[in-house]
Design a protein around this ligand. Structure first.
Ligand code: SF4
Length: 226
């Protein structure tokens, strides 16, 4: 069983974020360099988390999209995946403002923070296992550095597995299941949803009501009115 990840504070306190030129994943560094050369006006760096560190809820995605967060510098911002996520957060009052798919649209998160399991954009939208492992130190630091964290919403199998890894829990112990909410040994709740990707929404694997039900259940479990 994993240790209580929230008992272990990061060295020096706070949350450890990767440097803009993080070099831990050679394949992603190469892809970053190519994107910087092709689109110098884009963000093209590890995408920082978004939202208050004091939030009780953390949404964990997979990795930035090349024309989404990799372009804009804000998680789930600029490509299709962000539409359902931000619309749902706005609907349940977990965000304020008007989502316009740009980081200066004025959207502010309330009681929720968003992070990706892998901070740098991967080719073909697919991180390799070694890259998930390399970036896991930063996810772990997020979990450790959020003092009020009670529920993690994992978007997809990869994010689910990355959260378990960050908590030191073997993946076979807690299987991904859309709509499930697992209580981890330290009491942290891990809620699973299919990813809000264009593929999943276009194929109706994940519909708007399905995702709203997951978020509503999370809100209910946190004891908030919905
Ligand atoms: S994915 Fe994470 S660990 Fe890998 S280079 Fe980017 S920031 Fe560093």
């Amino acid at each position: 069983m994993g240790s209580d990840v929230r008992d272990a504070s990061p060295p020096g306190g706070g949350i450890e974020a990767p440097p803009r030129d993080c070099s831990l994943c050679p394949r992603l560094v190469e892809y970053r360099a190519a994107n910087r050369a092709a689109n110098p006006g884009w963000f093209n760096a590890p995408v920082p988390s978004f939202g208050p560190t004091g939030a009780p809820m953390l949404v964990v995605g997979m990795a930035p999209g090349v024309k989404g967060a990799n372009r804009t510098g804000r998680p789930f911002t600029g490509d299709h995946a962000g539409i359902l996520l931000y619309q749902t957060l706005l609907r349940f009052d977990l965000a304020s403002g008007e989502y316009r798919a740009e980081p200066d649209d004025g959207v502010a998160l309330r009681d929720v923070r968003i992070v990706n399991a892998v901070r740098c954009v991967p080719p073909a939208n697919l991180p390799e296992p070694a890259e998930v492992t390399a970036c896991n130190r930063f996810l772990r630091s997020e979990l450790q550095g959020m003092p009020n964290l009670r529920l993690v919403l994992a978007l997809g199998v990869l994010a689910h597995a990355a959260v378990l890894k960050a908590c030191g829990i073997p993946p076979a112990r807690v299987r991904f299941s859309h709509g499930a909410v697992h209580t981890l040994p330290d009491g942290l709740l891990l809620a699973d949803s299919y990813h809000v990707s264009r593929y999943n929404t276009n194929t109706r694997r994940l519909t708007e009501p399905m995702f709203e039900a997951v978020v509503q259940d999370a809100i209910h479990r946190l004891g908030w009115p919905a």
